[in-house]
Design a protein around this ligand. Structure first.
Ligand code: UDX
Length: 437
């Protein structure tokens, strides 16, 4: 099929992956610089495996990028994959969706080929029906369901494993305005090897599924973080508890890693947007609000542990291992490293940090307020305290001989017994020995 994908951000990796399944794809973006980079087979975002998929499909002639909306004219399906950031009050900012819908509508006006316009960006319930369709109709002078089809097809890709997740979905959710839209969208996903669940539904339910799913995952994280904080006080290890409860198939093991909370471009934004959307229809979303409240509190738990280990942090040199919001990404958006480092600086500590990928992005946030180290070894050398903030694999095998200070493990990546056998003071989120037991 002929496909257009609008948006060169994270969701836009859909373009490269769909091309890999044999579709003819054009990726449309605003930034000429980004488009040039992509056409050379390089990804503008760091995502393992994406460069190879881009190169393979560009050289096979199945994928190219452009700034020109004219290229959607020949498409069967047009995906809207632009960003939907938060407004200051947590509600969703639809300006990019609007701008892109207007551009699509301008092309629909003069094009005779029937197309399905599909929203892949995360948008709150009723956005496709009450916002996108009216914009498309107004600016094209055409009628949804008659002159063009409409779909809502949320993505569930995780950063760092986006390419793998695309090829190996648990499910694909297809919301359609009508049967023709749903059927056309379904055929796009026909060549997948992996068996997955196909959920076909209406536009608004598809939107709601995405928010409910991200809220459920965020809820598990806040739940286990609260349990972790309680565990510590009773000298119980949250890892043992999480493992045991996860053995119940009704609960399962995944997304029960206690730590310093969730960050990234999705969970905080999406839970907040759902809170806003709930309030707009007269629901008081106390549960969702609590998920966020626990998440805001959790980074400060790590700073408390640091103070318990090292006393007053004023004038202390603190090695922060990890800056990205999680491993295998350079993304600093909503990273829990930010409130932690700000709190350390506020307490008068000297912060030095290392991250395998996110240092450049971190410089835009912290500037010269912190020191940047080229390796984990350099970072911990001579430090008064070491704090692990991101769950990178390379921190799991930190050479404990190179560490001469207490370690505060925000992601429970180290083996506490091993750290102690090296004579180190070890404290971690949900660790049973935090209070010397
Ligand atoms: C998430 C969803 O998983 C994905 O389906 C959706 O499309 C986009 O949002 P992502 O933000 O890339 O993906 O990362 P994810 O792996 O879900 O982790 C999010 C945050 O939760 C990270 O900060 C991570 O460190 C944290 N996390 C995750 C935990 O603290 N504990 C866990 O058990 C899992």
């Amino acid at each position: 099929m002929k496909v257009s994908v609008i948006g060169t951000g994270y969701v836009g990796l859909t373009a490269a992956c769909l091309a890999d399944f044999g579709h003819n794809v054009v990726l449309i973006g605003r930034s000429k610089d980004k488009i040039d980079v992509i056409n050379q087979g390089a990804s503008p975002i760091y995502e393992p495996g994406l460069d190879e998929v881009l190169k393979r499909n560009i050289s096979a002639g199945r994928l190219h990028a452009t700034t020109d909306y004219k290229e959607i004219d020949d498409s069967d399906v047009v995906f809207i994959c632009v960003g939907t950031p938060s407004n200051d009050d947590g509600s969703i900012d639809l300006s990019q969706v609007e701008e892109c819908s207007i551009q699509i509508a301008e092309r629909l006006k003069n094009s005779s080929k029937y197309k399905i316009i599909v929203v892949k960006s995360t948008v709150v319930p009723k956005t496709t029906k009450n916002f996108v369709i009216p914009v498309l109709e107004k600016h094209s002078g055409k009628k949804a369901g008659k002159d063009f089809g409409v779909g809502m097809n949320p993505e569930f890709l995780r950063e760092g494993t986006g390419v793998y997740d695309f090829v190996n979905p648990d499910k694909i959710v297809i919301g359609g305005l009508d049967e023709k839209s749903t059927a056309t969208l379904s055929t796009l996903y026909e060549n997948f090897d992996k068996k997955f669940h196909r959920v076909t539904t209406d536009l608004t339910t598809a939107e709601m599924i995405k928010y409910a799913q991200n809220s459920a995952l965020a809820a598990r994280i806040s739940f286990i973080n609260e349990i972790a904080n309680i565990c510590e006080k009773y000298s119980v290890d949250v890892k043992e508890v999480a493992h045991a409860i996860g053995l119940d198939t009704r609960i399962g093991q995944r997304f029960l890693s206690a730590g310093i909370g969730f960050g990234g471009s999705c969970f905080p934004k999406d839970v907040n947007a759902l809170i806003s959307a709930a309030k707009a229809v007269g629901i008081n979303p106390v549960f969702l609000q609590t998920i966020m409240e626990i998440n805001e509190r959790q980074p400060h738990r790590l700073v408390e542990l640091a103070k318990e280990a090292a006393g007053d942090l004023h004038g202390k040199t603190i090695a922060v291992l990890g800056l990205a919001f999680k491993n295998d990404t350079d993304d600093m958006r909503e990273s829990r490293a930010t409130p932690i480092i700000n709190s350390l600086l506020h307490a008068g500590a000297n912060v030095r940090a290392h991250d395998p990928r996110a240092m450049e992005n971190a410089k835009e946030i912290f500037g010269d307020k912190i020191e940047y180290c080229n390796s984990k070894e350099e970072c911990v050398r001579g430090a008064d305290l070491c704090m692990i903030v991101t769950e990178w694999d390379e921190f799991r095998n930190l050479d404990l001989n190179s560490v001469k200070c207490p370690v505060i493990d925000g992601r429970r990546v180290l083996d506490p017994e091993k750290a102690k056998s090296h004579g180190l003071i070890y404290k971690g989120i949900g660790y049973k020995g935090n209070f010397g037991v």
